[in-house]
Design a protein around this ligand. Structure first.
Ligand code: G3P
Ligand code: CA
Length: 267
């Protein structure tokens, strides 16, 4: 499809489950995504890295050290090697009050496995992490999206792709202009952002994803004026959520889905 990307309009603030329901379960694991699904998140956010043998996997860091019992850069390991690792036990140790036996021995999921699990019943907010470290990460992603039918009707907003890496987003835009893209922004980029910045971003993206603590009403107004949506990360404070919504934010990344949804309490 070659029509310019748009996002469907909604009647409520969109909830993007940051790394899944990662406040309650080990981030970027199937347990975390399943919980997000059960809690009614609008999207699951998935951080993508790529293995030595070219598989897209869900992991935030470009190294294994923090969230698995492995060591070293992801690109130095094959998928088979990654599948031996425990991606859940670190969470139990670090967050004893949320620890569960079933989290022990959870594996790093591939993006393919996530698509197999939820199919078109879920919406996906995928982040291209460290694409400069990997070969053809964009092509690999597009091929997988195609295989699972996510490029047939991109206007349904089932998949949004985000990155801090502008080059990677531009590559995706050139390949598939109708795929909705989000330019993530660090606090430093937020501070420098003017209407002109937003104009440039709007050439390829439909939204900006700023660090919420560094934005203000003016930032939001400027982005909205240019026609960009604003999806701040990572908002776990209900008062901040209320304020952002008043200012015109249409979706937020959160670790605690129930914080923004008073109908759901799991604690
Ligand atoms: O995608 C928004 C947010 O996830 C970016 O920060 O470090 O949590 O991936 P990070
Ligand atoms: Ca992310």
């Amino acid at each position: 499809s070659t029509t310019k990307a748009t996002l469907p309009t909604t009647d409520h603030l969109l909830i993007f489950a940051h790394r899944g329901a990662s406040g309650y379960a080990p981030e970027n694991t199937m347990a975390s995504y399943r919980l997000a699904y059960e809690l009614g998140a609008d999207y699951i956010e998935i951080d993508l890295q790529m293995t030595k043998d070219g598989h897209l996997v869900a992991l935030h860091d470009d190294s294994l050290d923090r969230t698995t019992n492995g060591k070293g850069k992801v690109f130095l390991h094959t998928l088979e090697e990654l599948k031996q690792l425990d991606a859940g036990s670190w969470f139990n140790e670090q967050f004893p009050s949320f620890a569960k036996l079933e989290y022990e021995g959870l594996t790093i999921p591939t993006l393919r496995e996530i698509f197999e699990e939820f199919g078109h019943d879920m919406n996906y907010y995928i982040e291209m992490k460290n694409p400069q470290q990997y070969n053809n990460m964009e092509d690999t992603l597009i091929l997988l999206l195609e295989e699972y039918g996510f490029l047939d009707d991109v206007s349904d907003g089932k998949v949004i792709i985000s990155s801090f890496n502008e080059r990677s987003l531009r590559i995706l835009y050139a390949m598939e202009p109708s795929l909705p893209l989000t330019k993530l922004q660090s606090p430093y980029e937020v501070k420098k952002s003017t209407k002109n910045t937003f104009k440039k971003i709007s050439k390829y993206a439909v939204a900006v994803g700023p660090s919420y603590k560094s934005i203000n009403e003016e930032y939001i107004k400027n982005a909205l004026d240019i026609g960009l949506q604003i999806h701040p990360y990572t908002v776990d404070d209900p008062f901040a959520i209320e304020q952002l919504e008043k200012w015109g934010v249409t979706g937020i990344f959160t670790n605690f889905i129930d914080v923004s949804n008073p109908d759901v309490y799991i604690m």
